[in-house]
Design a protein around this ligand. Structure first.
Ligand SMILES: Cc1ncc(COP(=O)(O)O)c(C=O)c1O
Length: 1012
């Protein structure tokens, strides 16, 4: 066969294109295996594809391609086939001699923008679904197309794939040889079935280079075109889907879900039969086998061409993965096509449902009207550490407050955090997916309680699984319905005594006693109960059923292991866990609260539990919390829980009564501050603390004017808002008060004076002069200067060293008070410094603390000098009802002690440095990271456009995409283009690594929107 001889110059073909099509364009070569393809671009930007076929290309093949493409376009122009551009004479193709005198067939197609699927980073199940939809549409459009020439056998005709059998010796590696031989053997088994399946003309090569993908910036990607109809032929239509599937599964972390999405997309447009669905897995593997054998043969012909070997690598990686389970894959594919997952599954379910009430009682007594108790993520606080259920916790779970002899039931489809063994984890990180949803019903009763078979069956499994937190004794029975359909029931956590009596294959009568509940010593370590589950098939699972499913894969597992309530003679809906749905909580919120109460993320998170630096949603999905600075020493810290409940049991009153806790807390805070600070005031929040700080300054100076940097935030009370430019400047904000002067934020990335200016700190500080003058001229005089030491909502800014020293000196020269809001920066977050002002080498007159001080309990504190406190002590009582309560002081003191004892400040330094270094590396790679700044675990990443302008759109995209990938971040800054990272100080290096890798992956994905 002749490949495309490049005997003619581009200029020659440019001339041909102009004279025959009137297209005056420059040509650029595109890759092509046999033919020559050019991208033709006109001066006005219009683009076309010029296809110059190999010399021996039969014209029937081109005619067939053109006919099929036109048929598709006629049926539905949105079907994403290329457009045929006819010549000036109206011909879809022409024959033209090349410069060597060979007759060549030429045709022109419209250009389709996009990137080939192989190069796309965001290979999502949604995209896979849309590929399925496109292929289904194309298949359907070609259903009635007939062309005798296309009844042809060639190497890519999938039913004819056995040609590779003769060449298997080229696979020298014996393991690989074995893999391909097995694929061939499996293929032979299904080959006869293939000839009975619906056959038609198909594209036959929807591989990952022939599927084009495009989309608007930061919007979901979609298929923009299916190209290269060169392998078109008559074949079972399922081959088209199997071929696409063979590429969809490659190098994807979740190939089964990608495959299921593809098949479901196809089926939604062009419904498949069960026979077709059942055969896909073997066909896709055979296609990959043909591909690797073909490439190996080619490689043998051209040993110097490394590319051939490299291009096989993804297929080998996939084929060498042996942990696929064909039975479950078939069931999964049937499930997404709304088919019974195995033959007869629908009949079994109907029968069980009808038989409800007639099954022999599992415990010999009716289970009706028993209490259902929840072990769900939202309802119970066991395990204390949702990453590690202890054996002590397991032993009493659910029975902590039980009297003996009570029987109660545990829900089906209940998300639980008690499954913490590594086997439940589905990814490398703590925040990776994890199986949480119980797909059985539990019956809790005393150990030794006897169990009776609900119906007759045969012992399928009788085993003892002695690993901790496994089943202990477990029995599976196989049952047959009157229609001769099989299904299975599983009984876990049994006393293994039955091992002496039960053998696989033994018949068990309906109502026959066959086992007993085990105690924790023999049942895997749990409080005594049976885990009762049914399954429609064991194909692929055998005795190893998952008793708990991934919430993101629940539909499938619910179809394999449906609700077993009927077999307990119970109503299904009574036994399904019914919890607060996100949508309901959201709409209740909208109903009861003001519209300006915002909720984070496009897809808000309904939270159920939190632990250290992880949050769990209602399904028990873990998220890495890299945003919340309030749980400073980690969410749900056991020491905080302990002191809080202890104190609430003793006394929780106010500062009008004496109690040592208040002064102990004050001493602890003062021990962290320079000796100039001698007096503490306790309040409830940062807002209240700032409000008080303003009063202290006014009382001390008898002036009212305040200077503060632009874009600051100090709280939601009237006074705090008046000094918060971040709020009062907003379009409907209250506007700037006369007594407030705003100065430029010392932001040396975006502000007036940049990092390269050695005098920038003094230049920023000089803005204070004009502000003081203005306050004096308006008659307010200078009361003080207030600043978040590192502006946070302003964009996580680190003011240049020396800035505050210059500012403070100016303020003090005019008698003003210097207030440092350390709400965001205090208590060790910065790693090198306990407070931000230490970095600036200054000592403020007033320090304001809030958020982290109570680890979630509402506390604020204002700390100042004796002199200022005396000025404030003007005969009017200072009292804050809850500020300084015994409980608050006990918690606050505990927080400070935990920071010290768990060395959280040095952890902030280690992990913060690691994160900053990682982000700086990413900045080198991605030009839309404009700036990486921060200190310890106070980090900002400025996201910009090509021209350096702020990019709030990309920033919002990154934030939401990170959330999708289980990492919680925030965004802020005047234009909301700064990614904000300030996790609890417990975050460790492993989680920091997850953050960086996830961030990098999300940024990589944004390249998908960049294409010609
Ligand atoms: C720097 C700063 N100061 C004060 C406050 C107000 O604190 P609160 O919300 O506890 O009133 C905040 C809150 O975000 C803050 O970030």
């Amino acid at each position: 066969m002749n490949t495309s001889p490049e005997v003619s110059s581009k200029e020659f073909w440019e001339g041909v294109l102009k004279s025959h099509w009137g297209i005056d364009a420059k040509l650029n070569s595109l890759p092509g295996e046999l033919d020559q393809n050019f991208l033709a671009q006109e001066k006005n930007g219009s683009k076309y594809i010029l296809k110059i076929m190999r010399t021996d290309c039969p014209d029937w093949l081109i005619k067939a391609q053109i006919e099929s493409i036109e048929k598709i376009n006629k049926k539905d122009p949105s079907l994403k086939a290329p457009k045929i551009v006819k010549s000036l004479q109206g011909a879809p193709f022409i024959i033209q001699s090349d410069q060597a005198g060979n007759a060549r067939l030429l045709w022109v197609q419209g250009y389709i923008p996009g990137k080939c699927y192989a190069e796309i980073k965001q290979k999502t199940t949604d995209l896979s679904f849309s590929i399925g939809v496109t292929l289904g549409g194309i298949g359907k459009a070609l259903a009635d197309y007939q062309n005798e020439n296309l009844v042809r056998e060639f190497k890519w005709y999938l039913p004819g794939s056995l040609w590779i059998e003769k060449h298997l010796e080229v696979i020298e590696n014996s393991e690989r040889h074995g893999i391909i031989s097995k694929i061939v053997k499996d293929f032979k088994e299904v080959l006869p079935k293939l000839s009975n399946l619906a056959s038609q003309i198909i594209h036959n090569d929807p591989n990952d280079y022939n599927i084009l993908i495009s989309g608007d910036n930061y919007r979901p990607l979609n298929v923009s075109g299916i190209v290269d109809f060169g392998d078109i032929c008559q074949a079972p239509r399922i081959c088209d889907l199997a071929i696409a599937a063979a590429y969809i599964v490659l190098d994807h972390p979740d190939p089964e879900k990608m495959l299921a999405a593809l098949v479901s997309g196809y089926n939604s447009i062009y419904p498949l039969s069960t026979q077709e669905v059942d055969i896909i897995w073997r066909l896709l593997r055979m296609r990959l086998a043909v591909s690797v054998v073909n490439s190996t043969l080619l490689a043998a012909e051209s040993p110097s061409d490394d590319y051939i070997t490299i291009s096989q690598a993804p297929a080998w990686r996939f084929l060498e993965k042996l942990d696929f389970n064909e039975g479950l894959i078939r069931a999964r594919l049937r499930s997404v096509c709304d088919m019974p997952i195995v033959e007869g599954a629908d009949r079994v379910l109907n029968w069980i449902s009808k038989e409800k009430g007639n099954f022999a009682p599992l415990f010999g007594v009716s289970l009706k009207n028993l209490e259902m108790k929840s072990l769900s993520a939202e309802k119970i606080s066991v395990p204390e550490n949702p990453f590690e259920l202890t054996r002590e916790e397991a032993k009493v779970i659910g029975t902590e407050n039980d009297e003996t002899d009570t029987i109660w039931l545990g829900y089906y489809n209940e998300p639980r955090l008690i499954y913490t063994a590594p086997a439940f984890k589905k990814g490398p990180w703590k925040a990776s997916n994890r199986r949480t949803v119980h797909i059985a019903i539990d019956v809790f009763a005393n150990k030794g309680t006897k169990l009776y078979a609900p119906m007759e069956g045969e012992v399928f499994t009788a085993e003892y699984r002695d690993s901790p937190l496994d089943y202990g004794g477990v029995v599976i029975l196989k049952h047959t319905t009157p229609d001769n359909d099989e299904f299975f029931t599983l009984y876990g956590h049994l006393d293994p005594q039955f091992l002496d009596a039960l053998q696989v294959g033994d018949k068990i009568d309906k109502g026959q006693e066959f086992c007993k509940l085990g105690g924790p010593d023999v049942n895997g370590g749990w409080a005594p109960h049976v885990h009762f589950q049914i399954a429609m098939t064991t194909d692929g699972m055998e005795a190893d059923w998952p008793g708990v499913a991934d919430p993101d894969d629940l539909d499938f597992w619910n179809s394999v292991c449906p609700n077993p309530a009927s077999m307990l003679n119970l109503e299904e809906h009574d036994c399904v866990y019914n919890f607060n749905k996100k949508t309901e909580v959201l709409s209740a919120r909208e109903k009861y609260f003001g519209g300006n109460l915002s909720v984070s993320y496009n897809d808000p998170i309904l939270i159920s539990r939190a632990w250290r630096h992880h949050i769990f949603d209602e399904w028990g999905r873990p998220y890495l919390d890299a945003y919340n600075n309030v749980p400073h020493v980690g969410h749900s810290h056991p020491r905080i829980n302990l002191v809080a409940s202890d104190q609430l049991k003793k006394v929780n009153s106010n500062t009008r009564y004496l109690h040592p806790l208040q002064t102990e807390f004050a001493e602890k805070i003062l021990s962290k501050l320079p000796s100039e600070f001698e007096v503490c005031y306790f309040v409830n929040s940062g807002s209240e603390a700032n409000e008080l700080a303003l009063r202290l300054a006014q009382a001390h100076t008898h002036k009212t004017g305040i200077i503060t940097p632009d874009e600051g935030y100090f709280g939601n009370t009237t006074g705090a808002l008046s000094i918060s430019a971040y709020k009062f400047k907003k379009p409907n904000g209250v506007g700037q008060a006369d007594w407030v002067e705003i100065i430029e934020v010392p932001d040396d990335y975006r502000g007036s004076f940049k990092k390269d200016d050695p005098d920038r700190s003094i230049k920023y500080a000089n803005f204070v002069d004009g502000a003081i003058e203005s306050l004096n001229s308006k008659g307010h005089g200078l009361s003080g200067f207030i600043m978040e030491t590192f502006p946070s909502v302003g964009g996580q800014i680190i003011p240049p060293e020396g800035y505050l020293a210059q500012v403070y000196s100016k303020i003090r020269k005019h008698g003003g008070v210097c207030i440092a809001d350390e709400v965001q920066t205090g208590l060790g977050r910065l790693g090198d410094y306990y407070f931000g002002f230490e970095f600036q080498k200054v000592i403020p007159d007033v320090v304001v603390l809030g958020k982290p001080l109570g680890n979630g309990h509402p506390i604020g504190a204002v700390i100042t000098t004796k002199t200022i406190a005396q000025s404030f002590d003007n005969g009017i009582e200072f009292f804050s009802t809850f500020g300084g309560s015994n409980l608050s002081c006990r918690i606050g003191k505990e927080v400070l002690e935990i920071v010290d004892e768990e060395k959280l400040q040095s952890n902030a330094k280690i992990v913060g440095d690691f994160l900053l270094a990682g982000f700086r590396e990413l900045k080198e790679k991605f030009e839309f990271i404009g700036d990486v700044r921060g200190m310890g675990l106070f980090i900002g990443i400025e996201i910009i456009e090509n021209d350096g302008a702020e990019s709030p759109e990309l920033c919002a995209y990154i934030k939401n995409k990170m959330r999708e990938n289980r990492v919680l971040l925030g965004s802020d800054g005047p234009k909301d283009n700064v990614i904000k990272i300030r996790p609890p100080l417990t975050i460790d290096l492993e989680d920091a690594q997850m953050l960086l890798e996830t961030f990098s992956g999300v940024l990589d994905g944004t390249q998908d929107w960049h294409y010609e």
